[in-house]
Design a protein around this ligand. Structure first.
Ligand SMILES: Cc1cc2nc3c(=O)[nH]c(=O)nc-3n(C[C@H](O)[C@H](O)[C@H](O)COP(=O)(O)OP(=O)(O)OC[C@H]3O[C@@H](n4cnc5c(N)ncnc54)[C@H](O)[C@@H]3O)c2cc1C
Ligand code: SF4
Length: 318
């Protein structure tokens, strides 16, 4: 690990301004991803600004009947919150499908959205990786790509975003709230928050330098049956090969979002409109434009089977 300095901020505006004016500074929340990356010298921040004292750890109802989740709310607290379990069950289930109890006790809402890919070449500093070192190439293309993306990829990167929580946030149409270094704030739809790799896979979100996530808001509950279906190599403590976050309403309506397929949670309006027609047409719409390698082509039929499993579970619960 390279030497770094450390301070704790006391207000969101101060934290954002401090990161923006300090070259090589980064925020740290639970540290469960950032510290691992620092130990491997994949991230080498010169200065860490700890955001834990910012009082962003509350879950509150919004005026329009939705829920505002502070950026510092721990994954365990969010998954077990009574309102989340009752009205946003897909979010609680996605969180509980991720990591381990110990990690969820430390991991925060903002840190989870901003965790970095689990592509094996990103973690191996002897390998070419455009995300870790822009312009160095991509060892995954032509290499070990079993876990990697089949949608929204580019010639520069085929990594997936690993967050389970983000997939549930996408199906619920969450909004990310931020504080900017100039003292302003903004609200970003989760659909627009993570970016596709294109020629700049090292840029993963639309956040500007120093922009701090302060909260994530959810719209008013929409009812329906909430399901999070995660397919992985081990029964627990493993990232998704494919995941499906689903809110299924009676009468063939609903919404689906997918993890493990792309650089961001994947949601397709045309697929949601076919939910009443069964898994096959939904999968065809989701997978439009898919580009596979010989190692991850198994994800194509797995998407359809996962959708089938979700529909069967929804029928059983209805
Ligand atoms: C062994 C292991 C297994 C895991 N399995 C899963 C899994 O199955 N599913 C899953 O979804 N996750 C999994 N995780 C990932 C885990 O959920 C993340 O490490 C965690 O959510 C990150 O949150 P954190 O608060 O610790 O973030 P940190 O490590 O503190 O920060 C992560 C990033 O977010 C930035 N950041 C933090 N807070 C803010 C803020 N408020 N505003 C702007 N930037 C901010 C930091 O600068 C950093 O770049 C696993 C992790 C490990 C180590
Ligand atoms: S897929 Fe992306 S993260 Fe993985 S090696 Fe290629 S550029 Fe790096």
């Amino acid at each position: 690990m390279k030497p770094f300095t450390y301070t704790r901020a006391t207000s969101p505006a101060e934290a954002a301004a401090a990161v923006a004016r300090t070259p090589g500074a980064k925020f740290i929340a639970g540290g469960t991803n950032l510290l691992d990356l620092m130990k491997l010298q994949i991230e080498t921040p010169a200065h860490l600004i700890d955001v834990q004292d910012l009082k962003l750890d509350r879950i509150e109802k919004t005026k329009d009947g939705g829920l505002r989740i502070g950026a510092l709310v721990r994954n365990t607290a969010l998954a077990s919150d009574e309102t989340v379990r009752r009205d946003y069950g897909v979010l609680s289930r996605a969180l509980l499908a991720g990591a381990s109890g110990q990690l969820r006790n430390k991991a925060t809402t903002a840190g989870n959205l901003l965790q970095r890919t689990r592509c094996p070449y990103f973690y191996d500093t002897n390998q070419a990786c455009n995300k870790r070192k822009p312009g160095s190439g991509c060892a995954a293309i032509g290499g070990f790509s079993r876990n990697l993306a089949i949608l929204g990829t580019s010639d520069a990167c085929i990594a997936t975003h690993p967050s389970d929580m983000a997939v549930a946030m996408r199906v619920l149409d969450a909004t990310v709230e931020t504080a900017r270094p100039d003292g302003g704030t903004r609200a970003i739809a989760i659909a627009d928050f993570h970016t596709l790799p294109g020629k700049t896979p090292h840029i993963e979100t639309v956040l500007a330098p120093g922009e701090l996530i302060t909260a994530v808001t959810l719209p008013a509950p929409v009812g329906g049956t909430h399901i999070y279906h995660k397919v992985r190599d081990r029964a627990s403590y493993a990232f998704a090969l494919i995941s499906v976050a689903a809110v299924i309403q009676p009468g063939g309506r609903g919404r689906l979002a997918f993890g493990g397929l792309a650089h961001k949670p994947w949601q397709v309006d045309a697929a949601d409109q076919k939910i009443g027609s069964g898994a096959k047409p939904v999968a065809a719409a989701v997978l439009a434009g898919a580009k596979t390698t010989s190692q991850n082509a198994f994800k194509l039929p797995l998407v359809e089977r996962s959708i089938s499993a979700v529909f069967a579970e929804a029928r059983a619960q209805a």
